[in-house]
Design a protein around this ligand. Structure first.
Ligand SMILES: Nc1nc2c(c(=O)[nH]1)N[C@H]1C(S)=C(S)[C@@H](COP(=O)(O)OP(=O)(O)OC[C@H]3O[C@@H](n4cnc5c(=O)[nH]c(N)nc54)[C@H](O)[C@@H]3O)O[C@H]1N2
Ligand SMILES: Nc1nc2c(c(=O)[nH]1)N[C@H]1C(S)=C(S)[C@@H](COP(=O)(O)OP(=O)(O)OC[C@H]3O[C@@H](n4cnc5c(=O)[nH]c(N)nc54)[C@H](O)[C@@H]3O)O[C@H]1N2
Ligand code: SF4
Ligand SMILES: [Mo]
Length: 739
């Protein structure tokens, strides 16, 4: 019997906790928080300890599947790839590249292999129909960052470990463990904030766990944060509380003018927050020795998502809190170059065919994917690839999308489950369990609240292609090289060209070096790691392949099994900001142009009517952890929260059925009467609805819950980012059978 403990990063959520995994005879015995991890210091949530169960889940897909006569049958990799090639090629030949679409799901952001493989795949497909979970999530933040800071990836994070005042809107990190702000143990960090005399203010229509531990909870009407943030700004200007010690900016006067009409009295009816409370909140923010404003899902997935994102960062700037300790700071990932260079941020370089919605970051709003599949005509989507995504549960107007997926000529999924989305596929290629993959957080080290990095090797081997190789094989097929091209050869060719451009780039630390010499040094690693090593060694702390003998390499990172903590974030304005002016652009033209729409919403607001918001719970993760028994047993969690007064008025009883109807569809949920939700608001968690036929989710299907995205509408979107509206959905609520 051999017993050993390995260490790795939990890939499930953005907190990136360190795990200590004890194995006995190559089976997972127990998973604990890694106490020697300098970032997470032993913190773990109930999900992190289930990686072994996920790995061992008998329902998990381990071999390629091909649908034959309506049934999935196991196939070899070469059969599966040949089938994809045989069916994709005529579609592209006859209907053009736009006839294929790609949907990129959330787990691709958790790691580096898929991340690296997908971009070339999208390029090889050559379609404008690229979609991802970003437009049901954080796209507004990319757009505000792109315009204000010069690059959509330059996202400031709240320095919660040092701040004196955190104003947190539309986020519930005690359940979600944080987002676009990577840190393990938010509860501990927020308790420490309060213990050192800092103040936590939470703005949320629900009294969440995070709100319950706050100094102050402001219940806001869903969808109205942008107007409230403008009111805070209005007060700061009105009371001369704008600091003189801010980072270099353009557009301060334009912002002052833009706030006119958003005084706290005018917005109070719309936001549900009275004018005096708003004034006090603005004064508190300005008076704090350091402060940060942070908004997340509840501010992004709404009709004014980009304006709210913008408002958050304008507040951080004009209170003097951008880019300073205790404020909102710019992280820098180990693999990133120190100095951000970028072309001017542009959107709308192409548009969607049916609704003519503009592109952002090379992708189209996923809210319109079903339109592109269902609407006939040149450019109609006939083939869809999904990689680690479950849009049937996670994107708006789900009934319609489900119908669209059922009618595709070809659908190919790379996934670990036969679920609500992949049941529509013709070919499923197995993804790998977390323990079969090496790990480095390409995305989350760039959003981390400390300068921290970690690399973990795979724990287990597997048969067949790795997930990275599977996506590279699809790239070969999309590029017309057929199903038999060797993924290793294709990836190596991509690496060679990347090294060649690095040595030709005057700004690269390896400019002028021999490409062959660099490639030889990289060759000690498996192929995906070679890309990572190249980035790290040419990155901000890299050794430049010998130029700085003390610099970082993947080898040095890998030698630190608990990761390396390089310290707290540092101010880095000049390197982070890549606008043409070198200043923060406080008043981007498209944002000013969107303000009349907000002013009109404020003006037209009428009280009454119910609206729906979402929620997340600790033991769940988006749509795909419900097949893990230990996480779903116990109290039923997919319930409709509604306020006792609303329940009484509507005749709904606790635990009874409740019918919820919107423009898009209707569901019958189980009611949970609770005063944690404000009057006029109901809340359903998302990611449920596991009762579709043809799935293989033996645990999840026993407690299916309902799919809240049957209720969300595909038509309203945040026009500046294309983000779907998932919160603040007008609904009718009533006893089942008589709404
Ligand atoms: N109403 C409402 N809708 C929402 C949200 C909301 O708050 N409310 N939130 C939105 C947000 S923030 C997000 S990020 C999206 C998420 O939307 P998606 O990315 O579409 O959904 P996930 O539930 O993350 O689905 C992940 C899929 O990947 C599979 N999978 C898991 N791990 C792996 C792996 O390692 N490899 C492979 N190949 N597959 C894997 C799972 O089986 C599942 O099919 O949903 C959005 N939708
Ligand atoms: N346990 C768990 N953890 C997760 C996930 C999960 O599904 N489960 N998903 C992961 C992903 S992909 C993401 S993106 C993050 C998201 O992380 P968070 O942004 O923290 O997401 P939520 O917990 O959904 O919190 C959103 C809050 O916004 C509130 N809200 C709704 N509408 C409004 C509004 O108009 N204004 C304001 N101010 N608030 C509003 C909701 O009541 C809710 O409490 O979580 C990640 N972590
Ligand atoms: S908080 Fe997130 S990263 Fe940490 S153990 Fe839980 S799921 Fe994993
Ligand atoms: Mo997300």
């Amino acid at each position: 019997m051999t017993r050993r403990t390995v260490h790795r990063t939990c890939p499930l959520c953005e907190a990136t906790c360190g795990l200590a995994i004890t194995l006995q005879d190559d089976a997972v015995k127990v998973i604990r928080g890694d106490r020697d991890n300098p970032f997470s210091r032993g913190f773990i949530c109930p999900k992190g300890s289930t990686l072994g169960r996920l790995h061992d889940d008998p329902d998990r897909i381990r071999t390629p599947l091909i649908r034959r006569d309506g049934e999935f049958v196991e196939a070899t990799w070469s059969e599966a790839l040949a089938e994809i090639d045989r069916r994709l090629s005529p579609i592209l030949a006859e209907h053009g590249r736009d006839a294929a679409a790609l949907y990129i799901g959330n787990p691709n952001a958790h790691g580096f292999q898929n991340n690296l493989a997908i971009r070339p795949f999208a390029k090889a497909l050559g379609t404008k129909n690229i979609y991802s979970a970003s437009t049901v999530d954080q796209m507004p933040k990319h757009v505000s960052s792109g315009h204000m800071f010069g690059h959509p990836g330059t996202i400031p994070v709240p320095d919660i470990d040092r701040t004196h005042h955190l104003l947190l809107l539309g986020a519930n990190p005690l359940e979600s463990n944080g987002s676009l702000a990577t840190a393990p143990d938010w509860q501990g960090r927020l308790e420490a904030l309060r213990a050192r005399g800092g103040r936590l203010v939470v703005v949320d229509p629900r009294r969440t766990k995070t709100a319950a531990m706050a100094d102050e909870h402001l219940a806001i009407r869903p969808g109205s944060d942008a107007a409230w943030l403008l009111s805070l700004l209005w007060v700061l200007f009105d009371e001369d509380l704008i600091t003189r010690e801010m980072v270099p900016v353009n557009g301060l006067d334009e912002v002052r003018r833009a706030t006119s009409g958003f005084d706290p009295e005018t917005t109070a009816g719309f936001t549900g927050i009275d004018a005096e409370t708003t004034r006090r909140a603005a004064r508190d923010l300005a008076a704090a020795p350091s402060a940060c404003v942070y908004g997340r899902i509840g501010t992004h997935t709404v009709e004014f998502g980009t304006l709210a994102s913008w408002g958050v960062d304008v507040l951080n700037v004009v209170t003097g809190n951008l880019d300073r300790p205790g404020g909102a700071m710019f992280p820098l990932g180990l693999h990133q170059p120190a100095n951000r260079r970028s072309r001017p941020f542009r959107q709308g370089r192409f548009r969607s065919r049916v609704r003519e919605l503009p592109e952002t970051l090379g992708e189209l709003p996923v809210a319109t994917l079903a339109d592109e599949i269902l609407t006939e005509g040149p450019g109609q989507v006939r083939a869809l690839f999904t990689i680690a995504g479950n849009p049937a549960l996670t994107t708006p107007d789900a009934d319609r999308l489900n119908a669209a997926l059922a009618g595709l000529e070809l659908m190919v999924s790379v996934d670990i489950y036969l679920n609500e989305t992949t049941r529509h596929a013709d070919v499923i290629l197995p993804g790998r369990s977390a323990l079969e993959k090496s790990h480095y957080d390409l995305a989350f080290t760039t959003l981390s609240l400390r300068d921290y990095a970690m690399y973990s090797p795979p724990v287990f081997d597997h048969d067949g292609l790795s997930e990275f190789e599977a996506i590279v094989a699809l790239t070969g097929i999309a590029a017309g090289m057929g199903p038999d091209a060797d993924p290793a050869f294709l990836a190596e060719a991509a690496l060679v060209s990347q090294v060649q451009s690095a040595v030709a780039d005057v700004a690269s630390p390896i400019h002028g070096r021999e490409a062959d010499e660099i490639l030889k040094e990289l060759a000690v690693w498996p192929i995906p790691e070679r890309f990572l090593d190249l980035m790290i060694r040419t990155g901000c702390k890299g050794d430049g392949f010998g130029a700085d003998p003390d610099g970082m390499t993947l080898e040095r990172l890998a030698a630190a099994p608990h990761g390396i903590d390089f310290g707290p974030l540092r101010s880095r304005f000049d390197d982070a900001i890549s606008t043409a002016s070198g200043r923060v652009e406080l008043a981007p033209e498209p944002f000013l142009a969107d303000l009349p729409r907000l002013a009109e919403a404020v003006r037209n607001h009428r009280a009454g009517g119910m609206v729906l918001v979402g929620r997340r719970e600790l033991r769940s993760n988006n749509s795909w952890l419900h097949n893990v028994e230990v996480l779903v047993r116990g109290k039923r969690r997919c319930t409709l929260h509604l306020h006792p007064e609303d329940a009484e008025r509507l005749g709904v009883t606790d635990g009874g059925p409740v019918l919820v109807r919107s423009n898009a569809g209707q569901v019958t949920a189980t009611a949970e009467v609770t005063d944690t939700v404000m009057r006029g608001v109901v809340s359903l968690p998302y990611g449920w609805g596991h009762d579709a036929p043809g799935t293989r989710l033996s645990v999840a299907s026993e407690r299916p819950g309902v799919n809240t995205n049957v209720l969300t509408d595909r038509i309203p979107i945040d026009p500046l980012s294309g983000n779907a509206v998932l919160n603040g959905i007008p609904v009718e609520v009533g006893v089942s059978g008589r709404p």
